[in-house]
Design a protein around this ligand. Sequence first.
Ligand code: ADP
Ligand code: MG
Length: 358
Amino acid sequence: MASVELQSLKKSFGSHDVIHGMNLSIEDGEFVALVGPSGCGKSTLLRIISGLEPASDGEIRIGGQVVNHMNPRERNIAMVFQNYALYPHMSVAKNMGFNLKLSGVKKKEIDAKVRDAARLLELEALLDRKPGQLSGGQRQRVAMGRAIVRNPAAFLFDEPLSNLDAKLRVQMRSEIKTLHQRVKTTSIYVTHDQIEAMTLADRVVILNGGRMEQEGRPIDLYNSPANLFVAAFIGTPSMNLIDATIIAADNGWAAELPGGDIIQLGARRNLAPGQEVVVGMRPEHFERGGDGVSVTGTTTLVEPTGAQTHVTIELHGQPATVVLDGGIDLAVGAPMTVSIPQDKIYLFDRKSEQHIPR
Ligand code: ADP
Ligand code: MG
């Protein structure tokens, strides 16, 4: 196990700059998720850490040691991909020990390491089975076991679950988290799926176009998005983001929406009359009735999910999603009044896209 540090890391393919000077410190044993849209440089970053791709500039340190010049084997890092590529004709035990065998490790030592890993992964009863006789979750554990026997400094995961159906994905996610709680090997997990990142990681790093937008504990990113990108990226359904203009109000400030609706903001700092802002309101912070700031629109879509109902209401042509209790009966086309606590209303500067602290 080891820490992983990136310092002023840059990567270009020809004239195409992909990573623009990234600084990131991952502690020994930490589970960090790198999340961002497709093409933002996630896989490239992992490949650079593992040694499959050279950095264009900057430093990579593993366990405090600069590894830029080292090949992948010397870095002792385990990559776990979408495709586990277990050998179908080999038993679980043989699959787990195969890389050690290739490296010339003695049979007795391989057996001991495989046994230890199998105990850790609760695979002891399955060691003689072939991959075809295992469930998806068990196959994933074997793939992890194959990595664990090498005692790697860190695990790198590149979207390992993105090929799976929704139910299996959730199950595997729990398996990976449980494993990390047991093994505690430093893990870097790349995904475009914010829920996966939030649920798995101690810390989430949000990437956009080869730059870090924000990093922090999942709950801090959710509660305090630094900018519009993070606000829109974290949370399901997404935060409602509505253009508005700041106006003075009796008790402080208000936001005037394009259709003329007014959202009372109360006393806040860092605002000026006429300022162009984006008002952010999370769907789950609304309730029917309630004594927060009220908003009235027309119900245009009702989507029951069971525990909750997602309702789209239109405010002068601008759709807003609100999450209400499950089982409520709502008519499309009817007016709907919902409210949101004032302290749950986010403001972002429209030009800089940065959060405006209250
Ligand atoms: P992600 O994994 O976040 O989807 P990638 O790291 O795969 O993104 O790619 C980041 C950017 O780098 C993309 O624009 C991609 O086209 C480019 N890229 C990746 N690998 C190469 C390569 N070998 N040569 C040229 N461009 C590449
Ligand atoms: Mg990728």
